[in-house]
Design a protein around this ligand. Structure first.
Ligand code: BGC
Length: 247
């Protein structure tokens, strides 16, 4: 049975699992440990090692995909919103490969989640433009046009009141400011209405930390575009990273 390992590095947690590539599901439990304070490269690498060890896959020759919360271009991380600024313009893929002593596939976290949902989830067989958004510490986005990923779209960094809109509308903003679901949904409405106007998508898929509670906010949004929650919820990043590693 074809398997690969997926690691999803987020601003708050580092998650990993062994993925069944045929079904796009987890063959192992989902391991999660908190992202180290400050999320500096050496500390993140140590935590990834720990997570792989807990999963029992250190030294495994299964393909390994690592999803990361930054712009990723030719293996370099070009941005750092909820992680240490040390990642800006950093040879991250090589850093992880050297540190883990093995080859990896390295990709933006929302792009990985989008690939999982297009191959095995809510956007399977979707035509036209699917926009995957992840609502967690930040807001991640992935554009999938007829199933093909257009990477590094970064919708969470559209401006709102002079700062990235994710500061105001991500799930972390709701937690930080103790907003009610209704109050937070008003912010999401503004975010999704703007994205809908700019890109006229055919489908929105919502993943990330909040996807455990889709019924609390999806019905409150008024959009022309269908909006559904990610089938793989918060495991989409793991599944997509693993799936891309096996390509
Ligand atoms: C980052 C994105 C990432 C998103 C979700 C944003 O702050 O800029 O690259 O996909 O957070 O983790």
């Amino acid at each position: 049975m074809a398997q690969a390992i997926g690691v999803d590095i987020g601003g708050t947690g580092i998650k990993a699992g062994i993925v069944n590539l045929e079904h796009g599901t987890l063959d192992s439990e989902r391991i999660r440990v908190p992202t180290p304070e400050g999320a500096r490269p050496a500390d993140v690498l140590d935590t990834v090692r720990e997570v792989l060890d807990t999963l029992g896959v250190t030294g495994s020759d299964l393909p390994l995909g690592v999803a990361f919360p930054a712009i990723v271009k030719y293996g370099r991380t070009l941005s750092a919103a909820n992680i240490s600024k040390d990642w800006v313009d950093f040879e991250a893929e090589k850093f992880f490969e050297d540190g883990l002593g093995r080859h990896i596939a390295f990709v933006n976290d929302a792009d990985a989640a989008g690939v999982a949902e297009v191959r095995h989830g809510a956007a399977r067989d979707a035509r036209g433009l699917t926009i995957m958004t992840t609502l967690g510490t930040g807001i991640g986005s992935a554009f999938l046009y007829n199933g093909v990923l257009i990477p590094n779209t970064e919708l969470g960094h559209m401006r709102h009141d002079g700062e990235s809109i994710e500061r105001w509308a991500a799930y972390s903003a709701m937690e930080r400011e103790s907003l009610s679901w209704e109050a937070w949904s008003t912010r999401l409405q503004e975010f999704y209405s703007l994205v809908e106007f700019l890109f006229s998508p055919d489908l929105f898929v919502v993943g990330g930390g909040v996807s455990k509670h889709p019924e609390m906010f999806l019905p409150l949004l008024e959009l022309k575009t269908p909006i559904v929650s990610a089938i793989h919820r918060n495991a989409s990043g793991i599944i997509g990273a693993a799936s891309l590693a096996a390509d």
